[in-house]
Design a protein around this ligand. Structure first.
Ligand code: NAD
Length: 436
């Protein structure tokens, strides 16, 4: 912690480059969402800092990529142990920085971050490649997979450490080195993790973290000629800019983007289970202007914004709080039904038939995930097949087997990540033909 001119104590973050914390000349303010006050200063990195990080990653690549998967797995497991040993500190920091509850960070974000390292430490030991015989030509063909090089990783604000580690873990497990840029709004837990890197045995330069804004630090990373691969999670609008910016370099891209995830609830659903889960899936993040838009589109606001008053303690009066809001009466083509509302706002729309539910679910430009609630197994299978989303959760939400693909269709993304898909994305395949 360092003191500012007004004697206020701020946390001042530094970039992590080549195994060292490096001071950055300029900083941006980061706010505690529960009070609306600045509590942390984040490096405002640009081209110079990104160049240094990419150079460190490039230098570390030959040695790291030559390590055996077993050696790399050992280091990843050690980092997982260390995150778990500091779980409570990480959970408190994630809550303060991002605004989610400590309980959620303690049971979801931080344990899953440690699990990401453990999962990829294990999965990287079990992949095999293809082989085909062409006896009539006296040839044997097989494939090998090699790490790509320096991976550029860019993550959003809603699941800060979880989504960052979801990228770092497979990237380094497969032998790449990385330059990561977390969201400028939620950088603290990434910085805390840097403090554990050396103890975990991660060699200098294998993981570099550069903090800063998207248009400056993010853009420098995406446009860097020595970064052949970008894994990005964030909004569809940013992904469009990243796609354009990286096009001249023909970079490998994985884009995990926005969504408009329908929850389709049939009359035969187990309502006790469904309502509890749907409340959590509907009201987890924060945004506000869409409620005013819903009113202008003829919507009825049943509860929440503009209807209920939040009873907050005085120190939270300037914080970013919003009551859970339920809207109905808007048309399927209205903006609130079509656009992503990244907030505790849900729009309710009735349907009578499976056909109608499919048509409503597929009638948006996104295709990330959906939930279907029903006790009828046949109906569940039919819906899962017809819905245009990368993930269909039935009678549950947010269940993740990391072996299986994660990602969206349509405007929700390009590519998939998870077990074999991450292995494929973070490696290049070569076909070798041997005449014998
Ligand atoms: P965002 O697109 O504003 O920012 C995401 C990241 O991109 C941040 O680190 C930001 O600094 C960086 N960035 C911004 N402009 C950039 C540029 N020009 N070049 C390079 N990097 C740039 O998104 P956000 O508000 O942080 O996150 C919310 C969005 O993320 C929502 O749309 C949400 O649906 C999506 N999201 C998707 C998934 C998924 O798995 N598909 C998961 C979480 C969040």
């Amino acid at each position: 912690m360092k003191a500012s001119g007004q004697q206020r104590q701020y946390l001042v973050l530094e970039n992590y480059i080549g195994g060292k914390f490096v001071h950055c000349e300029n900083h941006i303010d980061s706010y505690d969402p529960s009070t609306g006050e600045v509590y942390c200063r984040v490096p405002d990195s640009g081209q110079e800092e990104v160049d240094a990080a990419v150079a460190a990653a490039k230098e570390a690549f030959p040695e790291w990529s030559a390590c055996s998967p077993q050696q790399r797995a050992q280091v990843l497991n050690k980092l997982a142990d260390l995150i778990e040993a500091h779980l409570e500190e990480f959970a408190q920091a994630e809550s303060r920085d991002q605004g989610k509850t400590v309980a959620f960070a303690r049971t979801v974000d931080i344990p899953r971050s440690a699990h990401n390292f453990r999962f990829f430490a294990s999965s990287v030991l079990h992949h095999t490649t293809d082989c085909s015989q062409m006896d009539h030509m006296g040839c044997l063909n097989y494939t090998i997979r090699c790490p790509v090089g320096v991976a550029g990783l860019i993550s959003p604000w809603n699941l800060p450490l979880y989504l960052l580690t979801w990228k770092i873990a497979p990237a380094i497990a497969t032998g790449n080195t990385v330059v990561a840029k977390p969201s400028e709004m939620t950088s603290v837990t990434a910085w805390m993790m840097c403090k554990l890197m050396q103890q975990a045995g991660i060699p200098p330069g294998v993981v570099n973290i550069v903090f800063g804004t998207g248009p400056k630090a993010g853009d420098a990373l995406v446009g860097h000629p020595n970064v052949p691969l970008i894994s990005f999670t964030g909004s569809t609008a940013t992904a469009q800019r990243i796609t354009e910016r990286s096009a001249p370099y023909c970079k490998k891209l994985s884009l995990e983007l926005g969504g408009k995830n329908p929850a389709i609830i049939f009359a035969d659903a187990d309502l006790d289970q469904c309502i509890e889960t749907t409340i959590r899936s509907s009201f987890s993040n924060q945004v506000r202007s869409f409620v005013a838009l819903a009113k202008s589109e003829g919507g009825i606001i049943h509860c929440g914004e503009g209807v209920d008053q939040l009873d907050l303690p005085q120190q939270n009066n300037s914080g970013y709080f919003m009551p859970a809001t339920v809207i109905s009466g808007v048309s399927d083509s209205s903006r609130v039904m079509q656009e992503e509302i990244f907030g505790p706002v849900t729009c309710v729309s009735p349907f009578d038939t499976e056909e109608e539910a499919v048509s409503k679910g597929n009638g948006v430009r996104y295709g990330l995930a959906c939930t279907v609630w029903s006790r009828d197994v046949g109906k569940i299978h039919r819906m899962a097949r017809r819905l245009h989303t990368g993930l269909v959760w039935t009678n549950c939400w947010l269940v993740r087997d990391l072996n299986l693909p994660f990602g969206g269709m349509k405007h929700s993304g390009v590519g998939r990540e998870g077990g074999k898909d991450s292995y494929h994305f973070f490696t290049e395949v070569k076909t070798v033909a041997i005449k014998h």
